[in-house]
Write a protein of this length. Structure first.
Length: 211
């Protein structure tokens, strides 16, 4: 009887040790090495896509936890400081902006450097009222400009809504350090004209977004 109890106790210790090891899991370095070993470069898809920026690494380290306030503010400031705003109007053509919002192409291994990337905006947002297929990861953008108002569309450096919207599209991490929204300008997913066209889709009063 005593022998059986000893065996059971030792078995319990082994199980607990195994659980502790499982709970710890692989290190970040081990996960990164595994990812790189299973990823082959092809076309536009290069291994450098797996290299995290300081912001991405911080968000990975704090996954499921709240970023410390000081770190979050530091990361967001770095993001907003990196926003590049061209001179002149930031509103392009809303019809082209709608095509970009519907287009999910770009930066895939089958694309070429000449491929015009899309924003795939409907994957996460409702934009037009009559669009039947859209995601809900992000908030609805229907009536985006109508609800917020634009005082002077020709003066991007003074209108706060235009400035905010441009910065948000350029690099959403400027307002939410660990945002899931792509960095359309900062990561060069969309070119300058593409960014302006998406801006028009959201802010032009003639756009169906604001009807």
């Amino acid at each position: 009887m005593k022998f059986s109890k000893t065996i059971l106790s030792l078995t319990g210790l082994v199980v607990l040790a195994g659980c502790a090891s499982f709970a710890t899991g692989p290190s970040s370095a081990e996960i990164e090495a595994l990812l790189k070993s299973s990823f082959d470069e092809r076309g536009l898809a290069k291994l450098d896509r797996l290299d995290q920026s300081a912001l991405q690494r911080a968000c990975s380290d704090y996954a499921g936890k709240e970023l410390p306030k000081g770190l979050r503010e530091k990361l967001e400031k770095a993001a907003i400081d990196g926003v590049k705003t061209p001179a002149g109007s930031l509103l392009g053509n809303w019809q082209n902006g709608e095509r970009i919002a519907q287009n999910g192409r770009g930066l895939q291994f089958t694309d070429t450097p000449e491929t015009v990337a899309g924003g795939n905006c409907y994957a996460c947002h409702q934009i037009r009222k009559d669009e039947l297929s859209y995601g809900n990861i992000g908030p609805s953008l229907y009536n985006y400009g109508k609800l917020r108002g634009v005082s002077d569309p020709s003066s991007p450096n003074s209108d706060p809504i235009i400035k905010y919207t441009w910065a948000k599209i350029w690099n959403s991490h400027a307002f939410n350090a660990c945002s899931q929204m792509p960095r359309y300008g900062d990561a060069a997913i969309l070119n300058e004209q593409g960014l302006k066209d998406v801006m028009a889709l959201l802010l032009d009063p003639r756009s169906p977004v604001n009807q």
